[in-house]
Design a protein around this ligand. Structure first.
Ligand SMILES: [Zn+2]
Length: 657
């Protein structure tokens, strides 16, 4: 459930609106006087608890959900409203969007400073004698070409306590600026660790990066976030040093190379995760541009989420140590805590499968040749890299094969041991078909009967959270066409239409043409009742009006995190329909049908309301009765046109019911 959906689920629209408007029940809906326009004699404001929406049938002629209501009432923008309602609902927003907005300006200044630092370190690499050594290392040891070094903005941090400090102070930056950007470090006065300048050095701050290869780290949009720095002297420690946590550098939220890889990831519909920055660079140089790397820590759900915006097919290329570590294979909590995973890509089967299920991603694992890094592989033979990637296997299969490798599978004790480790993982798989397949595979591998396998293994106590998580995952999403339209909520229908449009923005023109042919209004923001949907539609329309080349990217990049989550859900929802449908007309028809159903529901609300006004006026002998009757008949005519348009669709429709 997205943050927005969760908030909506927790806040009762009747309660919320009742804080401002006195509501009176009338059938399934509630009516009251519109708080947004004055001079009103009729209760034109209607709230529909079923759909969680409201509409003013009077002067405003506007409507929406709880978000729109609060925005309109308080005059707030969406992030502000989101923060307010999230707090009211007790839903946590991560990260706090509104605060992010407020800090945006400060972030831009930090980024500008870091961009200058890229230039500074680059100058050191290309134009100074010590930099020449670093450059030689890149050319000779890493086989990197000048174009690659330039494209990735690599640089060199001089062997000095104060080179960067002095340079940026002279440019007018304060010590505080430099600290916040993570370019300098503050001296710990109490102790004097070996990594600090000698005591006779009067500075209280000093350069964080010294005599290191500098690798700029950018976010997925290409904005500077920080640096990764690699040693040049083999004796220096640590081997890799990143920027410290800063407002714009959060190791768990960044993937190295994603800014350059995102396009390829989308095109080939596959992302490969390796373990080092220089590996990413080498692979990109060899033409494998769908590769990224985490920041020297375990993969986080957020990182996978970020990737999944571009492709749900994710491959982890692990070195055999990490991939085959017995302790982590078993997913033992204690082993995980005891081991120092600071600098390796941790293989945590259980964690990965949890991510996979929650994100509805397809995570696979492949193993690198013993003792070789990806850059060595690709420099030796680029085709070998392709082979390694093509050998990627689902997490469960990887675990069972690794556990079985080199073991005596005739030994019943070995069989039991492996079964005990793999079966809990299989039970975690949400999809029943997948689960069966893995079980069969395990039975074959261990040469036992599948039923024996199940009986022999006591069902492990399943934690509450796992159960809840499973319950929250909509196992294979019901295709919308297989449901009778009455059962699909407005919100789902809206989401479906938007999902199709995000995937196929070009269909907007065709939808409009078809609507106009049927004497109906063009698709507009009013077709959506939910504020988040309205906002996404507005962005989509904006991108089309401005003739932006990749409307989907434009929309995604303009969204805050909770909205990103929502857009992602919209895309997942329609993936099958759009990608599996060979017939473009079928997609268009599906879209039109969903839209017409939505409009029919809205018009039914209109007609009901007008009828209510008309009958009340007639009873009271109000002269406005005939006027109300006229308006009601106009709405009935629109409904007839909608029915006709719908009828044309059904008669043509082959696959969609
Ligand atoms: Zn109004």
């Amino acid at each position: 459930m997205s943050t927005i959906d969760e908030i909506k689920a927790r806040i009762d629209i009747i309660d919320l609106v009742s804080e401002t408007v006195q509501l009176r029940r009338s059938g399934k809906s509630y009516t009251g006087f519109c708080p947004f326009h004055s001079n009103t004699r009729t209760p034109a404001f209607v709230v529909f608890p079923d759909t969680g929406t409201w509409r003013c049938f009077g002067q405003c002629n506007e409507g929406g959900d709880i978000f729109r209501f609060v925005m309109k009432k308080e005059g707030w923008d969406f992030p502000e409203t989101l923060r307010y309602l999230a707090e009211k609902a007790g839903v946590e927003i991560k990260p706090p969007t509104a605060e992010e907005q407020a800090a945006a300006e400060e972030h831009d200044q930090l980024r500008a400073l870091l961009e200058e630092a890229v230039t500074f370190y680059r100058h050191q690499l290309l134009n100074t004698p010590p930099g020449k050594l670093a450059l030689d290392y890149l050319h000779q040891k890493r086989s990197l070409k000048d174009e690659t070094i330039e494209a990735f903005g690599l640089g060199y941090a001089p062997h000095s306590w104060e080179a960067a400090l002095n340079y940026f102070r002279a440019k007018g930056y304060s010590q505080q600026d430099l600290l916040e950007a993570g370019l300098v470090t503050e001296r710990q006065r109490e102790q004097n660790p070996p990594d600090e300048p000698p005591k006779d050095q009067p500075r209280s701050v000093y350069d964080r990066f010294r005599h290191r290869l500098m690798i700029p780290i950018r976010d997925e949009r290409g904005r500077m976030a920080g640096f990764g720095a690699r040693i040049l002297n083999p004796e220096d420690l640590p081997k890799f040093l990143n920027s410290p946590q800063t407002p714009i550098f959060d190791k768990g939220h960044l993937l190295y190379g994603l800014d350059r890889a995102r396009k390829a990831i989308r095109t080939v519909d596959q992302a490969v995760i390796v373990e080092g920055y220089l590996d990413v660079i080498a692979l990109h140089q060899a033409g494998f541009t769908n590769v990224v790397s985490p920041m020297g820590t375990a993969l986080t759900e957020h990182q996978l989420y970020l990737l999944k915006r571009f492709s749900r097919r994710i491959i982890l290329a692990l070195d055999p140590d990490a991939a085959g570590n017995q302790a982590t294979l078993r997913g033992l909590q204690i082993a995980r805590q005891a081991m120092d995973h600071q600098n390796e890509l941790v293989f945590d089967a259980r964690g990965l499968m949890g991510y996979e299920a929650r994100l509805q991603a397809d995570i696979r694992v492949t193993t690198l040749p013993e003792g070789m890094d990806p850059d060595e592989v690709v420099n030796r033979n680029p085709q070998e890299w392709e082979t390694i990637v093509s050998r990627a296997k689902p997490v469960v299969i990887h675990v069972m094969e690794t556990l079985a490798a080199g073991r005596d599978l005739e030994d019943p004790k070995v069989k039991t041991e492996i079964a005990n480790q793999v079966i809990p993982l299989i039970q975690d798989v949400a999809n029943p078909i997948e689960r069966d397949t893995y079980r069969q595979r395990l039975a074959r591998l261990l040469r036992v009967d599948e039923r024996t396998l199940l009986e022999a293994t006591p069902a492990p106590p399943r934690s509450r959270s796992t159960q809840q998580r499973r319950a929250a995952i909509p196992s294979p999403r019901p295709a919308i066409e297989s449901l009778p339209s009455q059962q699909v909520s407005d919100r789902v229908l809206e989401a479906h239409c938007l999902g199709v449009l995000l995937r196929r923005p070009d269909l907007l023109y065709r939808v409009d043409r078809s609507l106009v042919e049927n004497k109906l209004g063009r698709l507009s923001v009013d077709d959506f009742q939910h504020t988040d949907h309205q906002d996404i539609f507005r962005l989509l329309q904006e991108s089309i009006d401005q003739d932006i080349a990749e409307p989907l990217n434009f929309v995604l990049n303009s969204l805050s995190l909770p909205m990103m989550e929502l857009a992602d859900g919209l895309l997942a929802r329609t993936e099958k329909l759009v990608s599996s449908s060979p017939n473009e007309d079928k997609v268009l028809e599906d879209l039109l049908r969903s839209l017409l159903i939505l409009r029919k529901r809205h018009i039914a609300q209109d007609i009901d309301y007008r009828r209510f006004l008309y009958e009340e006026a007639q009873e009271a002998g109000d002269i406005r009765a005939s006027q109300y009757g006229q308006v009601m008949r106009e709405y009935i005519q629109v409904k007839q046109r909608l029915d006709q348009a719908m009828g044309k669709l059904s008669s043509r429709s082959v696959t969609i019911r």
